[in-house]
Design a protein around this ligand. Structure first.
Ligand code: ZN
Length: 180
């Protein structure tokens, strides 16, 4: 085990047609790619981590309260993983790690860095949504921690096409990401 797949925010609220902050079709188009990667990483006995946004009903102090409609509220269906990614997680739960995150980056306020360090993992692969928000902020933190980073072009998506394209360029030109 020396590589980890980090699946970011692939939840109903961010992906489903009726999600509260959905990427819609571009988000749904990456479902099978993410599912296949989860299966591949598990087969190869690599680590798979699910990092999912969590918010609390009526929390007006959270900085996102001013920026986005309420989403990924604790205990709601919106916070559940989406589609076949949920099936893959449910089937393999005991071999995966699931983290709650309260900021864009999967490293911010979580023990992700410690979990990876303990396992001597220095290479991470990122999939999920949104390319230009949570994937980007996670990639920036991973860059600062010195991880080798791979991002899958057809494994990330955003509701903002211009932001998606900008972020893909930024990954390679500024963060040294292996974009595959
Ligand atoms: Zn959020």
């Amino acid at each position: 085990m020396n590589t980890a797949l980090i699946v970011i925010d692939y939840t109903v609220d961010f992906v489903a047609d009726d999600g509260k902050l959905t990427c819609g079709a571009p988000g749904q188009a990456i479902e099978l790619k993410i599912t296949r990667l989860i299966q591949q990483f598990l087969q190869e006995e690599q680590l798979v981590v699910f990092a999912n946004d969590i918010h609390y009903e009526g929390d007006t102090y959270h900085p996102e309260a001013k920026l986005f409609p309420p989403h990924n509220i604790a205990g709601t269906v919106g916070r559940e993983l989406y589609g076949t990614v949920k099936d893959a997680y449910d089937k393999n739960k005991q071999h995966c790690i699931s983290l709650n995150k309260t900021r864009y980056s999967a490293f911010a306020g979580t023990n992700l860095h410690q979990l990876l360090q303990e396992r001597k993992i220095h290479e991470i692969h990122l999939v999920g949504v949104c390319t230009d928000i949570c994937i980007l902020h996670t990639a920036v933190d991973a860059y600062n921690y010195g991880y080798k980073i791979t991002i899958y072009r057809d494994g990330v998506a955003s509701f903002n096409e211009a932001g998606h394209q900008w972020a893909l360029e930024h990954f390679t030109s500024t963060l040294g990401v292996d974009l595959v």
